[in-house]
Design a protein around this ligand. Structure first.
Ligand SMILES: *[C@@H]1O[C@H](CO)[C@@H](O)[C@H](O)[C@H]1NC(C)=O
Ligand SMILES: *[C@@H]1O[C@H](CO)[C@@H](O)[C@H](O)[C@H]1NC(C)=O
Ligand SMILES: *[C@@H]1O[C@H](CO)[C@@H](O)[C@H](O)[C@H]1NC(C)=O
Ligand SMILES: *[C@@H]1O[C@H](CO)[C@@H](O)[C@H](O)[C@H]1NC(C)=O
Ligand SMILES: *[C@@H]1O[C@H](CO)[C@@H](O)[C@H](O)[C@H]1NC(C)=O
Ligand SMILES: *[C@@H]1O[C@H](CO)[C@@H](O)[C@H](O)[C@H]1NC(C)=O
Ligand SMILES: *[C@@H]1O[C@H](CO)[C@@H](O)[C@H](O)[C@H]1NC(C)=O
Ligand SMILES: *[C@@H]1O[C@H](CO)[C@@H](O)[C@H](O)[C@H]1NC(C)=O
Ligand SMILES: *[C@@H]1O[C@H](CO)[C@@H](O)[C@H](O)[C@H]1NC(C)=O
Ligand SMILES: *[C@@H]1O[C@H](CO)[C@@H](O)[C@H](O)[C@H]1NC(C)=O
Ligand SMILES: *[C@@H]1O[C@H](CO)[C@@H](O)[C@H](O)[C@H]1NC(C)=O
Length: 864
C-alpha cells in the first residue's frame, strides 16, 4: 500500500466515523471500521477513490460536513437507503466527474443546491424519497449527459421551466409526488429519448401538450395520475404507439375514450379512473391483447360492457365500478381466466351471473359487483372461487338460498350479501370460513335460526344479520358468539329472535356496537351490560319485551354514545351511574314503565343531543338546579311527553337550550352522527316525508305534551330561534299565548291544544313562514283569528273547542267582520293536522350503506 493510499484510508476512517453521532454505541463504531474493509469502495488504478457505494448500510448522521474536495476523481456516489439527514452540501458541486449519484431513500432536507449544476458528467441522478423542498434549481439544465433523473417523493416546487432546456439523452424522468403546480413542464416535450415519464401526484394543470404527444414517440410509461390536468384526450395520444403503461387517473379529463386507443397495441396498463369520461367503453379495447390492468372506475361511462373485452385474455384486473354502465355481463367475460380482481360495483348492470363465469374465474381474489341490479340465484359454481378474499354482492336483487358451497371459500375475509332477496336458512357451512373478518347478510329474507357455527369464526370483527326473519332463541347461538373475542359490531336487530339476552354476551369485551332492537327478546337486561366493556359505544335494545331494571353499574370511562331502550317494559328508576357516560349523545328510554323523578344529572352531559323519556311514569316538578351554568348545552330533541310531570314548565331549561339557538346548517360535529354508522331517518309530519339525514344536526324538538304542567308559557321560549317542533298540548297551561313565539323563524309545528290558554291569538304568529302545523284547539281563546301568512292554510280543526274565536276559517263572524278583507280563497277541508300532529311519528328507514369497501353499518334511531 502506498503512502497516499494509506492516507486516503485514514481519511475514510475519519469520514465514516463522522457518519455516526459520537454517542453511538461502540458496536456501531466497530461496524464502521468493518466497513473500511468492505468492498463498497473502489479505487482507480492510480489509487484515488472513484466509487463509493454505501447503499443500505444503516448509516445515519449528516453529510453536510463532508469535504467533497477530497474526491475530485469520484465517479460514483451511492448512499441510497440510509438515514442521512440535513442538507445536501453545496460542495457536491466539486464532484465534477460524477457520473452516478444516488442519494435516494434518506432523510435529506432543505433545497437542492444550485451547485449541483456542476455535475456536468452526470448520467444517473436520484434524489428520490427525501424531504427536499423549494424550487428545482434550473441549473440541472447543465446535465447534458443525463439519462436517468428521479426527484420523486420530495416537496419540490415548480421552477421557471423556460430556463431548463431539453435533455437529449434522458430516458427516465420522475417528479412523482412533489408540489409542482401550474402548467406542463415545457422542456419535457423536447426530451425525445424519454421512455419513462412520471409526473403523478402533483398539482399540475391545463391540457397535456400536443407537442408531447407528437414528439415523445419512444415513451413506454406515461403516468400523469393525480394532478389537475383537463380537457379531452387528443387523437395525437395514439402517436405514443410504444406505450405499455398509460395512467391518467385522478384528473379532470373529459370527453370520450378514444376508439383509436387500440392503436397503442402493446398497452398493458390503462388507468383512467376518477375523471369525467363519458359515452362508450370502446369495443376496440378488445384489440389490446396485452392488456393486464384496465381501470375505468369513477367516470360517467354509460354503455354496456362490450363483448370484445372478453378477448383481452391477459386481463388480471378489470375495474369498471362507479359508472353508468348498463346491460348484462357478456358471456365472453368467461374467457377472462386470468382475472384476479373484478370490480363492477355501483353501475346499472342487470341479468344473472352465469355459472360459466364462476367456473372460469378461478383465480379471482376479489369480486365486487355490489349496488347493481343483478338477479337470479347465485350459482353453486361460486364454490370454485377458492382464492376469493372479498365477495361483495350486496344491494342487488339476488334471490334463492345462499349456496352451501360458500363454505368452500376458505380464504374469504369479507362476505357481504346484504340487501338482496336471499331466502332460506344461513348454511351451517359458513362456519368453515374461519378467516372471515366481516360477515354481512343484513336486509334479506333469511329464516331459521342463527347457526351456532358462527361462533367458530374466531377472527370475526363485524357480524350483521339484521333485518331478516331469523328466529329462535338467542342463548345457544349467542353464548358461542361469546368466543368471538375480536367482535366489535354485533347487529341482529329487526329479526324475530326470542328468549333472553344471556350474560355471556359480556364476554365480547371489544364490542363497540350492540344492536338487538326490534326482536321479541324478553327477560331482563343482563346487569353486566352496564360495565362489561369500556369500548361499548352503542347499545340499542329498543322494541323488545325486556323487563326489569336498567343495568346500574356504568363506570368511570363509560364510552356509550347512544343508549336506546325505547319500547320495552323496563321499570324501576334510572341508574345514577349513567352520569359516568359523559359521551352520551342519544339517550332514549321512551315507552317503558320507569318511575322516577326528572334525571337532573343528565343536564351536565356535554354531548347529549337526544333525550327521550316519553310515555313512562316520570313524575314530580322539574326545577332545574339554579347552580348549573350550562344546562343541556347540546340538546336538540327533548321529549318528555306522556308522563306525570307536575308544576310549572321548566323555564330555566327552556331558556338555555343552546342546541336550539343559532344552529347553523352546515356545522359538522364529530361523534355518533358521523361515526362509521351512517343513518338515514325519515320523519313524517302531516303526510310529508323528509329525509332527516341532512337535517339531523339541525332538527330541534321540544315535546312536553300530556303531562300535568300548569302556569304560563314563558315568553323566553321565543329565544330558541332554531326550534322546529314545539308541543305543549294536553297540560293545564294558563295565561295567553306569548307573542314571542312569532320570533322563532324555524318553527314548523306548534301544538298548544287541550290547555286552559286564554286571550287572543297573537298576530305575531303570522310571521312564522315555515309553520305547517298549528293546533290551538280545546282552549279558551277569544277574538279574531289572525289572517295572513301561513294562517291562510290552516283549517278549522286548528281551532275547534274555542267557542269565542271568530273569523276565517271558522263560521263565526267577528263583529267588525264587514270591515275586513274577504277571505282570499277557499281552503281544502281535508287537512288532518290535528290527528297527525297528535300522533306525530318518527320513522326510520333502514338504508343500505355499508355495501362495499367502507365498513359502515346501518342503524336507526327510533323515537316513538
Ligand atoms: C485524480 O486523477 C488525476 C488523473 O486523472 C490525478 O492526477 C490526480 O492525482 C487524482 N486526484 C486524486 C486526489 O487522487
Ligand atoms: C463548479 O465548477 C467550477 C468550474 O467548473 C468551479 O470553479 C466551481 O468552484 C465549482 N463550484 C463548486 C461549488 O464546486
Ligand atoms: C437519443 O440518444 C441517442 C444515444 O443513446 C443519441 O444518439 C440520439 O441522438 C438521441 N436522440 C435524440 C433525438 O436526441
Ligand atoms: C406511475 O407509473 C409508474 C410506472 O408507469 C409506476 O411505477 C408508479 O407507481 C405510478 N405512480 C402512481 C402514483 O400510480
Ligand atoms: C395533433 O398534432 C398536430 C401537430 O402538432 C396538430 O396539428 C393537431 O391539431 C393535433 N391534433 C389535435 C386533435 O389536437
Ligand atoms: C351516454 O352519454 C352520452 C354523452 O353524455 C349521451 O350522448 C348518450 O345519449 C348517452 N347514452 C345513453 C344510452 O344514455
Ligand atoms: C372464448 O375464446 C375462444 C377462443 O378465442 C372463442 O372461440 C370463444 O368464442 C370465446 N367464448 C366466448 C363466450 O366469447
Ligand atoms: C370458459 O367458459 C366457456 C363458456 O363460456 C367455456 O367454453 C370455456 O371452455 C371456458 N374456458 C376455460 C379456459 O375454462
Ligand atoms: C365444512 O366443514 C365441515 C367440517 O367442519 C365439513 O364436514 C364440510 O364438508 C365443510 N363444508 C364445506 C362446504 O367446506
Ligand atoms: C320472503 O319470503 C317469503 C316466503 O318465505 C315470501 O313470501 C316473500 O315474498 C319474500 N320476500 C322477499 C322480499 O323476497
Ligand atoms: C322490525 O323488523 C321487521 C322484520 O325484519 C321489519 O320488517 C320491520 O321493518 C322492523 N321495524 C322497524 C321499525 O324497523
Amino acid at each position: 500500500m502506498t503512502t497516499s493510499q494509506r492516507a486516503f484510508l485514514f481519511f475514510l476512517h475519519v469520514f465514516l466515523l463522522t457518519l455516526f453521532p459520537f454517542n453511538t454505541a461502540s458496536s456501531a463504531r466497530i461496524e464502521a471500521e468493518a466497513l473500511l474493509r468492505w468492498t463498497g469502495i473502489r479505487c482507480n488504478t492510480i489509487g484515488s477513490v472513484s466509487q463509493i457505494d454505501l447503499s443500505d448500510a444503516s448509516l445515519s448522521g449528516t453529510i453536510e460536513n463532508l469535504d467533497f474536495n477530497s474526491f475530485p476523481n469520484l465517479t460514483t456516489l451511492n448512499l441510497n437507503g440510509n438515514n442521512f439527514s440535513g442538507l445536501i452540501p453545496s460542495g457536491i458541486g466539486s464532484l465534477s466527474r460524477l457520473v452516478f449519484l444516488d442519494l435516494s431513500n434518506n432523510l435529506l432536507e432543505g433545497s437542492i443546491p444550485p451547485e449541483i449544476g456542476n455535475l456536468t458528467e452526470i448520467q444517473y441522478i436520484s434524489l428520490h424519497n427525501n424531504n427536499l423542498a423549494g424550487e428545482i434549481p434550473y441549473q440541472i439544465g447543465n446535465f447534458r449527459k443525463v439519462e436517468y433523473l428521479d426527484f420523486g417523493s420530495n416537496f419540490l416546487e415548480t421552477p421557471d421551466w423556460s430556463r431548463i432546456p431539453s435533455f437529449p439523452l434522458l430516458k427516465h424522468l420522475s417528479f412523482y409526488n412533489n408540489e409542482l403546480h401550474l402548467g406542463f413542464p415545457g422542456f419535457i416535450s423536447g426530451c425525445l429519448n424519454l421512455t419513462f415519464l412520471d409526473l403523478s401526484v402533483n398539482h399540475l394543470m391545463g391540457p397535456v401538450p400536443e407537442s408531447l404527444l407528437n414528439n415523445l414517440v419512444k415513451l413506454e410509461h406515461l403516468n400523469l395520475t393525480a394532478n389537475s390536468f383537463e380537457g379531452p384526450l387528443s387523437a395525437n395520444l395514439t402517436k405514443l404507439s410504444k406505450l405499455k403503461d398509460l395512467r391518467l387517473a385522478n384528473n379532470f379529463f373529459t370527453g370520450y375514450i378514444l376508439d383509436s386507443i387500440s392503436l397503442i397495441s402493446d398497452l398493458r396498463i390503462l388507468e383512467l379512473f376518477n375523471n369525467s369520461f363519458q359515452g362508450n367503453i370502446p369495443a376496440s379495447l378488445g384489440q389490446l391483447r396485452s392488456l393486464e390492468r384496465l381501470d375505468l372506475r369513477m367516470n360517467s361511462l354509460n354503455s354496456t360492457i362490450p363483448y370484445e373485452i372478453g378477448q383481452c385474455t391477459n386481463l388480471s384486473y378489470l375495474a369498471l365500478a362507479q359508472n353508468l354502465i348498463t346491460g348484462s355481463l357478456p358471456l365472453s367475460l368467461s374467457n377472462l381466466t386470468n382475472l384476479h380482481e373484478l370490480g363492477l360495483s355501483d353501475n346499472s348492470l342487470s341479468g344473472e351471473i352465469s355459472p360459466y363465469f364462476l367456473s372460469n374465474w378461478t383465480k379471482l381474489t376479489s369480486l365486487q359487483i355490489q349496488n347493481n341490479s343483478f338477479t337470479g340465484e347465485l350459482p353453486s359454481e361460486i364454490g370454485k372461487l377458492t382464492n376469493l378474499s372479498y365477495l361483495y354482492l350486496c344491494k342487488n336483487a339476488f334471490s334463492g338460498s345462499i349456496p352451501p358451497v360458500i363454505g368452500n371459500l376458505r380464504n374469504l375475509l369479507r362476505l357481504d350479501l346484504s340487501i338482496n332477496h336471499f331466502s332460506g336458512e344461513i348454511p351451517p357451512t359458513i362456519g368453515n370460513l374461519t378467516k372471515l373478518l366481516i360477515l354481512q347478510l343484513f336486509s334479506n329474507n333469511l329464516t331459521g335460526t342463527i347457526p351456532p357455527v358462527i361462533g367458530d369464526l374466531l377472527s370475526l370483527e363485524v357480524l350483521d344479520l339484521s333485518t331478516n326473519h331469523l328466529s329462535g332463541q338467542l342463548p345457544e347461538s349467542i353464548s358461542t358468539l361469546g368466543n368471538l373475542s375480536n367482535l366489535s359490531v354485533l347487529q341482529l336487530n329487526s329479526n324475530k329472535l326470542s328468549g333472553t339476552i344471556p350474560a355471556s354476551i359480556c364476554n365480547l369485551s371489544f364490542l363497540e356496537y350492540l344492536l338487538l332492537s326490534n326482536n321479541t327478546l324478553e327477560g331482563s337486561i343482563p346487569e353486566c351490560l352496564g360495565n362489561f366493556s369500556n369500548a361499548l359505544k352503542l347499545l340499542h335494545l329498543k322494541a323488545n319485551h325486556l323487563q326489569g331494571l336498567i343495568p346500574s353499574g356504568f363506570t368511570e370511562g363509560c364510552a356509550l354514545q347512544s343508549l336506546n331502550l325505547n319500547g320495552n317494559q323496563l321499570e324501576g328508576t334510572l341508574p345514577q351511574s349513567l352520569v359516568h357516560c359523559q359521551n352520551l349523545e342519544v339517550f332514549d328510554l321512551g315507552n317503558n314503565k320507569i318511575q322516577d323523578s326528572f334525571p337532573f344529572w343528565a343536564e351536565t352531559l356535554p354531548q347529549l343531543q337526544v333525550l327521550v323519556l316519553k310515555s313512562n311514569r316520570f313524575h314530580g316538578a322539574i326545577n332545574p338546579s339554579k347552580a348549573a351554568k350550562l344546562t343541556f348545552p347540546t340538546l336538540q330533541i327533548f321529549d318528555i311527553s306522556y308522563n306525570e310531570f307536575t308544576g310549572p314548565l321548566p323555564t330555566l331549561y327552556l331558556k338555555n337550550l343552546k342546541g336550539m339557538i343559532n344552529v347553523k346548517e352546515n356545522t359538522s360535529e364529530p361523534g355518533y352522527w358521523n361515526s362509521g354508522y351512517r343513518e338515514s331517518t325519515t320523519i313524517i309530519v302531516k303526510g310529508l316525508e323528509r329525509q332527516l339525514e341532512r337535517i339531523l344536526k339541525t332538527l330541534t324538538t321540544i315535546d312536553l305534551s300530556s303531562n300535568f304542567f300548569h302556569g304560563n308559557i314563558p315568553s323566553s321560549i321565543g329565544g330558541l330561534n332554531s326550534l322546529r317542533y314545539l308541543n305543549f298540548s294536553h297540560n293545564r297551561l294558563t295565561g295567553g299565548i306569548p307573542p314571542s313565539l312569532g320570533d322563532i323563524p324555524a318553527l314548523e309545528s306548534l301544538d298548544l291544544s287541550s290547555n286552559l290558554l286564554a286571550g287572543e291569538i297573537p298576530w305575531q304568529l303570522t310571521r312564522l313562514t315555515f309553520l305547517e302545523v298549528l293546533n290551538l284547539s280545546m282552549n279558551h281563546l277569544i277574538g279574531p283569528i289572525p289572517q295572513g301568512g301561513q294562517f291562510l292554510t290552516f283549517d278549522k280543526s286548528s281551532y275547534i273547542g274555542n267557542p269565542e274565536l271568530c273569523g276565517n276559517p271558522i263560521l263565526k263572524k267577528c263583529e267588525d267582520d264587514k270591515k275586513r278583507q274577504p277571505a282570499l280563497s277557499a281552503l281544502p277541508e281535508e287537512v288532518d293536522g290535528y290527528v297527525i300532529l297528535d300522533g306525530m311519528k318518527w320513522q326510520v328507514v333502514l338504508m343500505g350503506y355499508g355495501c362495499g369497501a367502507v365498513v359502515g353499518i346501518i342503524l336507526g334511531l327510533f323515537l316513538f
